[in-house]
Design a binder for this molecule. Structure first.
Ligand SMILES: C[S@@+](CC[C@H](N)C(=O)[O-])C[C@H]1O[C@@H](n2cnc3c(N)ncnc32)[C@H](O)[C@@H]1O
Length: 156
């Protein structure tokens, strides 16, 4: 028998739509949310009532000033999503992103390295079945407007 991802024996490394495990979203929603906008989703996997689908192209929309959830497609276009998150944070949005921890990439160095990053211990089990651990490590990156980081900090 030929073992393949289709048979469910090995995780499919070519997949780009890794649906956020609900418990990961819930914990971050409690800490940084409530999230108001899922910037890339389908009606089936959206994590917020308000969301953009591929046909609307979330990359071409305005996200600020909302609190956003972002778990982007993990293909070549991921750099554009991370860049957009940085841009929208500058415009006043807060974006909490679940990303593959590809710390050697240009997009990581250009847009993630100086932000609040939480490396996830172990491997996430994506999707509703939560069967196989992902073949890559994950991290949470928080894109926030620098001035909003000072909220609640009292000045002298
Ligand atoms: C990794 S999945 C995340 C799904 C869900 N938001 C979550 O957190 O589980 C990425 C989603 O982005 C959607 N997508 C792809 N290109 C998009 C685009 N240009 N604009 C909006 N959504 C897009 C895909 O259909 C897919 O559902």
């Amino acid at each position: 028998m030929k073992a393949s991802a289709q048979h469910g024996l090995f995780p499919d490394t070519h997949r780009i739509d890794w649906e956020t495990p609900q418990h990961v979203f819930d914990e971050l929603d409690a800490e940084f949310g409530p999230f108001e906008l899922d910037v890339c989703a389908t009606p089936d996997n959206a994590k917020c009532a308000d969301y953009f689908i591929e046909e609307q192209n979330g990359l071409a929309q305005t996200w600020a000033p909302r609190r956003c959830w972002m778990n982007p497609p993990y293909g070549r276009e991921i750099g554009a999503w991370v860049r957009k998150a940085a841009l929208e944070a500058d415009r006043g949005a807060t974006i909490v992103a679940l990303l593959p921890a590809r710390t050697d990439t240009a997009w990581w160095h250009d847009y993630c390295i100086d932000r609040e990053v939480r490396f996830i211990r172990g491997r996430l089990r994506f999707g509703r079945q939560q069967r196989n651990p992902a073949p890559f490590p994950s991290a949470i990156v928080v894109f926030a407007n620098p001035s909003s980081r000072l909220e609640g900090v009292e000045s002298d």
